[in-house]
Design a protein around this ligand. Structure first.
Ligand code: HEC
Length: 119
């Protein structure tokens, strides 16, 4: 009789452990939330240029030479597409706006990849 109770408890404990393993947010997930992840897309230079013209040149200059914001003409030699994606998504300092609500993730990713090639 007691044996049955014990094995029943083991089964329940095992099931609980399994559920917890799959539902507890892993450390990786927490890190991903803090740092936006670059979605996998194929870069489209024409679209990137159009987005940059519409959203960025007012501060970064019409040839990205700089203005209110820094020069971005060789930004790819300093920052990776991942880092650029994070900056454009979240903004930087008090002056560089966040584009999270203004552009789609794919659009930000496209611009990030386009800028990352500017070396
Ligand atoms: C309202 C003005 C403004 C707009 C619009 C703007 N930026 Fe910025 N940006 C800034 C400023 C100012 C900084 C410098 C922030 C700092 O370092 O504190 C900056 C910094 C950056 C940086 C980091 C540069 C570095 O050397 O660390 C990147 C990359 C960037 N902007 C890209 C963009 C892109 C792409 C867009 C358009 C989608 C954009 N910015 C639109 C003002 C702007």
């Amino acid at each position: 009789m007691q044996k049955w109770i014990m094995s029943g408890l083991f089964v329940i404990a095992g099931a609980l452990a399994l559920v917890l393993m799959f539902t507890l947010p892993s450390r990786e997930q927490a890190e991903q939330e803090a740092k936006p992840q670059l979605p996998e897309i194929t870069m489209n230079a024409e679209q990137a240029e159009a987005i940059v013209k519409a959203n960025c040149i007012s501060c970064h200059g019409d040839t990205l030479q700089g203005g209110a914001g820094p020069n971005l003409q060789k930004i790819g030699s300093q920052l990776s597409a991942d880092q650029l994606y994070s900056i454009i998504t979240k903004g930087k300092g008090g002056m560089m706006p966040s584009f999270k609500d203004r552009l789609k993730e794919e659009e930000i990713a496209n611009v990030a990849m386009w800028l990352a090639e500017k070396k």
